[in-house]
Ligand binder design. Structure first.
Ligand code: NDP
Length: 461
């Protein structure tokens, strides 16, 4: 099948999220003729219903702490109360602004945006259907691509419990007219914990159901510090508890737990993980292999079909925006910029924007002990109340932790719970990426008075 010249492209990118935007703009800048296919708004999860609006809500929620602390600094604050309808509408306006900005960036790079949902017809042809995702439309356009990049991301996954359709997923929260007065949150990962803190800060009564551990996979001591702080802040965390069923009607829901308890709330959030969004792609028509819901790729982002590539959450490796962006750019630079490179998936820093914030790079204490043995691992930590809390006399303790390899002093992990920990750990990631030792940290002059200075003054004993 040969297409009209206007429908023929060097590269078709499916999905205008972080990975797809980065790859399409970079490839077009290198001179490729690029079509970017997107059925939703441009920006993807990060811009539309993830990182960006979430972080704005975190700022809005954390103002509660500032207001609470203000009198100890001599400020009189009267009648301060949150109005989530105002906050949400301001956040949506900012998302609209960013959406427009991204449309402008695409036009400037010379990428052709094709609106609709892409579906493989064969390994080189994509039918783009306008309308609802997964539904075919008679008015579709067919594009032909020499290469195709799949960057369609992921979607929240609802567990199969009775009444699951009555609950919100995280996407829904950004579209609410206002937040509810009470909520049950199911899950204990990034999204569940971040929203538990956001909503609690905005005056919502929060109950969180945790079937196993809070923030599983993170350094346990840090996860415990976050849990203690969340509980002290008024979040009701039920450990070893899951939702068995949801009933009622919107605004008046009941969660029946696996212990048989009944919890009433205005809303329920299912934050139980995300899955690659493969529905409607018809990968079989192209022969692209999928394993356990994810598209498998090699170190060059290549799928089982040599001219078809995939980046970002659809490959379910490290599901973070900067990783998808780097994968997209590496793909474009390698194939269109004559600068082949592979992405380094090691030592990726990450943060959970709970209140207090948790940030980390490198190995947790548990993973380091597992990898090198107990004898080989030395832990250095500082736990203290930051100076900002001296006058208010409240707030969670700050925790700083270094995981060090005993035989050569190399710092394997840097972890923190406390204010600005994401900003601080971003810098620490440079040091440990360069192979810094504990002696390198010790040699660094402290910046006083700061919280981060504790990282370079930890005793060696
Ligand atoms: P996560 O994988 O982080 O957490 C999923 C949580 O849901 C876990 O606590 C898991 O429990 C629990 N869970 C899974 N299935 C069930 C079930 N059937 N019943 C009850 N609980 C269940 O997923 P999220 O949705 O929070 O986030 C998805 C991804 O998005 C993250 O992994 C991250 O990559 C990215 N993200 C990053 C952010 C950031 O960088 N700050 C913010 C938000 C998302 P268990 O541990 O027992 O399996």
């Amino acid at each position: 099948m040969s297409s009209a010249p206007e429908d023929r492209f060097d590269l078709i990118v499916l999905g205008a999220g972080s990975g797809g935007l980065a790859a399409s703009k970079r490839a077009a800048t290198h001179g490729a003729r690029v079509a970017l296919v997107e059925g939703d708004r441009v920006g993807g999860t990060c811009v539309i219903r993830g990182c960006v609006p979430k972080k704005l809500l975190v700022y809005g929620s954390a103002i509660r702490h500032l207001i609470h602390d203000a009198p100890s600094y001599g400020w009189t604050v009267e009648a301060a109360r949150p109005d989530s309808s105002v906050l949400l509408s301001h956040v949506r306006a900012e998302v609209d602004r960013l959406n427009q900005l991204h449309l402008g960036f695409l036009a400037k790079a010379g990428v052709e945006l094709v609106t609709g949902w892409g579906r493989f017809q064969d390994p080189h042809h994509i039918a783009v259907h306008p309308g609802v995702a997964g539904q075919e439309s008679a008015s579709h356009r067919v594009l032909e691509g020499e290469r195709i990049l799949i960057a369609v991301g992921g979607r929240p996954h609802r567990p199969m419990i009775p009444g699951a359709e009555l609950a919100w997923i995280s996407d829904d929260l950004f579209e609410l007219p206002r937040f509810p007065s009470s909520i049950v949150i199911v899950g204990a990962g990034f999204i569940a914990c971040e929203f538990a803190c956001i909503l609690n800060g905005l005056g919502v009564q929060v109950t969180q159901l945790v079937r196993g551990q809070l923030l599983r996979g993170f350094d346990r001591e840090l996860a415990d510090a976050v849990r203690e702080a969340m509980e002290a802040d008024g979040i009701h965390i039920r450990l070893g508890c899951n939702a068995a069923a949801i009933s009622g009607s919107p605004g008046a829901l009941t969660v029946t737990t696996d212990h048989g308890d009944q919890l009433n709330a205005e809303g329920v959030l299912l934050a139980t993980g995300r899955r690659p969004f493969l529905a409607g792609l018809d990968l079989g028509a192209a022969g692209v292999s999928v394993e356990q819901h994810r598209i498998t790729v090699d170190a060059d982002q290549r799928t089982s079909v040599p001219h078809i590539y995939a980046v970002g959450d659809v490959t379910d490796r490290i599901n973070l925006t900067p990783v998808a962006v780097d994968e997209g750019r590496a793909f474009a630079d390698s194939l269109y910029g004559n600068a082949p490179r592979q992405v380094n998936h090691q030592l990726v820093a990450s943060a959970v924007f709970t209140q207090p914030e948790l940030a980390t790079v490198g190995l947790s204490e548990e993973d380091a002990r597992e990898a090198f043995g107990d004898e080989e691992i030395r832990i250095h930590r500082a736990r203290f109340r930051a100076m900002a809390q001296a006058l208010p006399k409240r707030g969670p303790q700050t925790l700083l932790k270094l995981v060090v390899r005993r035989s050569n002093g190399v710092v394997l992990g840097v972890h923190m719970v406390g204010d600005h920990s994401a900003e601080i750990i971003q810098m620490a990631a440079i040091a440990i990426g360069m192979g810094a030792t504990k002696a390198d940290f010790d040699r660094t002059m402290a910046l006083h008075p700061s919280v981060a200075e504790e990282f370079v003054t930890m005793p060696n004993g």
